[in-house]
Design a protein. Sequence first.
Length: 554
Amino acid sequence: MNEEKSLNFLEEIIENDLSAGKYQQIHTRFPPEPNGYLHIGHASSIHLNFGLAARYAGKCNLRFDDTNPITEETEYVDSIRNDIKWLGYQWDNEYYASDYFEQLYSFAIKLIEKNLAYVDDSNSDQIAASKGDINTPGTNSPFRDRTVEENLKLFTEMREGKYKDGEKVLRAKIDMAHPNLLFRDPIIYRIKHAHHHRTGDKWCIYPMYDFAHGQSDSIENITHSICTLEFIHHRPLYDWFIQQLEIYPSHQYEFARRNLTYTVMSKRKLLQLVNENYVSGWDDPRMPTISGMRRRGYTAKAIRNFCDAVGIAKRENIVDLGLLEHFVREDLNKNAKRVMAVLDPVKLVITNYEASKTELLEIENNPEQENGGTRQVPFSKEIWIEREDFMVVPPKKFFRLGPGLMVRLKGAYIVKCEDFKKDENGVVTEIYCSYIPESKSGNDTSGIHVKGTIHWVSIAHAIQAEVRLYDRLFKVENPAAETGDFKDYINEASLQTLSKVNMEPSLSIAKPGEHFQFLRKGYFSVDIDSNEEALVFNRTVTLKDSWAKAQQKS
RNA sequence: AGUUCCAUUGUGUAAUGGCAGCACAACUGAUUUUGGUUCAGUUAGUCUAGGUUCGAAUCCUGGUGGAACUACCA
């Protein structure tokens, strides 16, 4: 077995670089700004950067791009570190752009000395106005021709705190008529008298992205600096700074951001959902954040497999949420313990079963695992079954319970429906069945074969727990592309809470983070809100349900 | 409009001038003490018009369509 996996465009570049002897070892980095929680798009980038380093025996740094003190917080730093580890990756070095502030400052001095940067007293509006637009060249700032000495003095004063926010900026002196707007004398330092999460009040000037990112890459000797497509216009500027500064030539490569159906991915939008309480927090199980998916019950392995399957490319895309769910099911099918819980109960009485009797039945934990073991489940005369598993007038091919129909109770006996009771509204309240003693699971000598097997919970032994049924957060595939506010497309039914679900007693010791399959109902995981007194389960994903699908069609 | 990038079944991604393949989804059927899983199979694609070539998804030209850029955000 020698399955050749084709290379993506970055792997190709790297293999060429390596074989050409351009590098002895590659070095990548994952550079989040700590201004929000990581989401599935970041997972792709993490998987890419760490994966490339692992594949080619290189290194991958974690670098926080913390050059804007206004939006960045330690809470985000902690969550980011935690999420990366949870995904299964370990960085070689942990760095912060703020570690380089002194170095970056001296880079700026160097640029001034080369007469390639100047202090501009224009305000924000004036700078924007003189920038021109895509069809019109910009005009030079009146401050563009200050002398090197004057610029040096002014920039030093900026650092010393002599000026207020917005009063002055440092700009690179390039070309106000350049077709790439980023070359029209980009601002590289601005004044912000703000507290930084790491450097505190040491600085009141902060470098802009374009004067921090590539330089940080260079300082760390990053060989392949991988980012998303919207930075493609920045690449020439990235190279220009490196060239003028005469520092280590890192190279930038871009790939297309991953989008997912039925959700939004921009941090701005996600922050809105959190701040305006459409969700309970960044880790709400409906969020596309790593922490949300973890809480929902998605596994790290499933997410890694997903990233792998989706791959990378340079074209616009929107990946079907169903693909992610496929990998979640694939992993959970192999690993989640099967248990029984009845979400919407109706009582079933076994008329010929002794009222005082309880049997402990051995039921397999996972048919996918050879050594998955068994557990004991109590069985008695009165049990809960799923309301949808009984119909007064069953349609064709309904392999469940109805008047006169037989079904197997999972791991127990075959029962036959003899009668049922309705209330004044016509709602079925009780179902009466007889059981076949010779049909006991494991040593069935009855010779009877039934089409259907249903799950159940003994009423006398059931424990109760809260169950949260989650569905997609939005009603449309691509809410960001719809007209109007994306929040108009929120699925109001994305969370349904069932407060007292009956389930088998083995679940009483379930711990937060554990995964289960509620037989025939889906995968569920224990929420972080859960404790021994009050268990809470989140529905991770439903099982495929070809019966429901067939019913819907007819 | 200028610059840059992109275009392969419904979705995502391969094919690096030589048989258009894989996964998901959809649809059949078989197996099944989960209408799950598993197994077998089916449907379905190179945006368009030219050119180069023995041969083009691939290279070239034009067109069409989409995206990004005009923050003291990253």
